[in-house]
Design a binder for this molecule. Structure first.
Ligand SMILES: Nc1ncnc2c1ncn2[C@@H]1O[C@H](COP(=O)(O)OP(=O)(O)OP(=O)(O)O)[C@@H](O)[C@H]1O
Ligand SMILES: [Mg+2]
Length: 363
């Protein structure tokens, strides 16, 4: 059998023809992308969430230039273990694009993975991407451009709290106030929704990342123990993995400040909360401000319906009860805190009339 010799220009031509015809012959899939500082999730029609990857890339220096070599969970595993010529980092900083090329590489790999099927890969798609509140127009345009560069034919943006409201099955379009606190990796977004829009919102530059730092500082100051961010993250996950109040001990391995040698300590779980209360306090203060600023007609809704706490950064035992106690307003933690936003994007994609009304569009 004769094989066709691989010719780069012919391959490129065939690939372009394939991606053009793909759009005409079958409708492009419309996907939802939650570009989280900590984790990126993609929703694909008919399948649901097909991708969850750490928002991380690996950049390797090679003879005066560099290339990206890995993304996602694979990159995350390398954190803190790389030689000097390799860098592991996030191309987003608190929801904003901090490395354009890195984000293009990351998202391109993610969308291809999310869309790959037994029948082949889609080179193009339409996308609804959630954006944090408070981005400038330039920052939003940068995200749109990333979406287009990785194969998005039509790319639309939606403000994350609105999509989150749909993901949480709140009455976003109705004439009632819905209050949400989303604690993510890099930010905590507090918002009050009503009639399909955001009545009030506040973005606090604190999230799970700051909880890691607080744990690291606590161990250094209180126990003279130096630990890396990954160890602090593991401690936090242990704290966040229990669902009923209980007392237990966490063993932490690090390095002694005194003599630089390996050191292991045991700490009761509740002691770590000492380091986290200042962070929780900032969120409570911001919530108090929000309630004070809320128009009188909507305050009653917050009192009646309470506040929903979501985002993986909120996964601490009884954090909802603690905030409720401090504020005197009912607070409930959502189930599936990691997935609500991308599910909300999926819901909007399945309801195009509503999506069209609330998405931020550019021609
Ligand atoms: N089991 C857990 N217990 C406590 N914290 C956790 C747990 N799992 C993840 N986290 C923390 O939650 C944070 C990430 O939350 P989430 O996945 O909601 O953020 P994101 O959507 O990627 O970020 P953002 O919304 O800020 O852009 C991280 O700091 C992570 O360490
Ligand atoms: Mg998030």
């Amino acid at each position: 059998m004769r094989r066709r010799r691989s010719t780069p220009w012919l391959d490129a031509l065939l690939s372009s023809v394939q991606s053009i015809t793909q759009g005409f012959l079958s409708p492009l899939p419309y996907i939802g992308i939650d570009l989280g500082t900590y984790q990126t999730r993609i929703w694909v029609p008919g399948k649901g969430i097909t991708l969850r990857e750490h928002t991380m890339i690996v950049k390797q220096a090679r003879g005066g230039t560099h290339e990206f070599t890995a993304i996602g969970n694979e990159a995350y595993q390398m954190l803190g273990k790389t030689p000097p010529e390799m860098q592991v980092y996030s191309p987003l900083e608190r929801g904003r694009v901090s490395d354009f090329d890195g984000l293009v590489y990351f998202l391109d790999r993610c969308t291809q993975r999310a869309l790959s099927t037994n029948q082949g890969n889609y080179k193009q798609f339409n996308a609804l991407i959630s954006v944090p509140i408070g981005l400038t127009e330039v920052e939003e345009m940068a995200l749109l451009e990333v979406g287009k560069k990785v194969g998005g034919r039509q790319v639309h943006l939606v403000e994350a709290p609105v999509a989150l409201g749909f993901g949480l099955r709140m009455p976003v379009l109705e004439n009632v106030g819905s209050a949400i606190v989303d604690m993510g990796g890099g930010t905590t977004e507090i918002s009050l929704l009503s009639l399909g829009g955001i009545v009030l919102s506040k973005v606090l530059p604190i999230g799970g990342h700051d909880a890691n730092e607080a744990i690291q500082n606590y161990l250094r100051i209180r126990y003279g123990l130096l630990v890396g961010e990954k160890t602090a993250e593991e401690v936090k996950h242990t704290l966040g993995s229990i669902t009923t109040p209980q007392d237990f001990v966490i063993e932490v391995n690090g390095r002694s400040i005194e003599n630089g040698m390996p050191k292991t300590i045991k700490v009761r779980n509740h002691l770590f909360y000492e380091s986290l209360y200042p962070l929780f306090g900032q969120i409570i203060d911001a919530l108090r401000d929000m309630v004070e600023e809320t128009p009188p007609e909507l305050v009653g809704d917050i009192t009646k319906k309470g506040i929903v706490l979501t985002g993986m950064g909120s996964k601490f035992i009884d954090l909802d009860k603690y905030i409720q106690h401090e504020l005197g307003v009912h607070v409930a933690s959502s189930e599936e805190p990691a997935d609500r936003l991308v599910k909300g994007l999926g819901w909007l994609i399945e309801h195009p009339d509503i999506m069209r009304r609330i998405a931020i569009r550019w021609p």
